[in-house]
Design a protein around this ligand. Sequence first.
Ligand SMILES: [Zn+2]
Ligand SMILES: [Zn+2]
Length: 406
Amino acid sequence: MASAQCPECRHDLPETGSFSAWCPSCNWNVEPTPSPIVWIGGPIERRLVGLRRRFAQRQFEAMLARPPGAPKARRSVGAIVGWGLAAVVNLFPLALLIAGTLIIAGNWPSAGGIIWGGILAIVGILLSLPRRWRLPDGLDRTDAPALHGLVDEIADALGTRRVRRLAVTAEFNASYIATGVRRRPVLVIGLPLWAVLSPQERVAVLSHEFAHGTNRDGFRSGFMGRAAGTLAFLANATAPGSDGLILAPVSGAFAGLAYLIVYLMWQRSQEAEFLADERGAAIAGTTAAVGTLQKTGFWRYMQPVLDPIAYRLPGSDRNFFPAFRRFIAGLPELERQRLQRLMDREAFEESGSHPPRWARARYLESRPAPGSVILSPERSAAIDAETARLEARLTDVLLSQFYPNR
Ligand SMILES: [Zn+2]
Ligand SMILES: [Zn+2]
């Protein structure tokens, strides 16, 4: 069969089979469906994005120049201002409650005082109610001793608190969050990502997440997140309905403040990612830590693996996970190369909090570490046996997410 030519550089295109065609010589079609870049507005926003990019690039170079070992996050003006703003917002409901109570007491027994004070106090109470966030289903220690054993070993190696709960979801990621008034840590493992990691890469993903815990990133993002959430709530509550003219500026101001908090935290969060990578690699080893970076791009193969499963008859083998593992194991070298090119093209400030993956890889490789917690293939297989019983249910979750109208 005559091979096709690249429409850009006229080189012969390599055979890619069922994968999309692309040109290794000039990168033609390396990204067949580019992720949509959403421009918020005109030249000012564009200049802001440009500024942030340059700033992120400079921060990366400064990080790279830092000597390896025991990294500590530095305080920045932006982070302190953001923290202060969040503190004011988080104290706002309490202030409303106190003001309302004082108004009622000061004007007692006037009806006006009771009504106005009462409204303020009730709004204060409503704002301080914890926002409901349902924890995903968990695996407890008796159900998953091998997985909990590994998770505890990594927490101990990093000198951070062991998790209160371990949740397993159908997402293609892993995360570490602090929940409740006492900010107890919860580890969330997305099984699709977990399924395609090598044993040592599993250690790398968990170590990275726990390293955020040693930096108290979870606590910090919880505090900032709560403030941003309150502001977003207020922006929605005051969003213009019929009497838009009066409320629009108020709602806009709340939304603007929410954006400002997120923005001020952004610089801090980029640094936090590099630090979590470095601390995590001290536990898992640099090779495994770098290996996970390319695998975070494997989410794009979930749909092609799910498609044939979605239309299979109920009762037949519909487990997504073994099929996904087989698919990834069979990825042709050329397709892996394409993913690597995609990684190398990422820009700073493209995906919010995370630096581009090539920058994370370069940072990791600038301070190589052998790793201290080793997960043997046998132990990793024991963990697979524990998570296997969640596979059928999580396949159903995936099917309902990807094919809501099936
Ligand atoms: Zn070409
Ligand atoms: Zn992270």
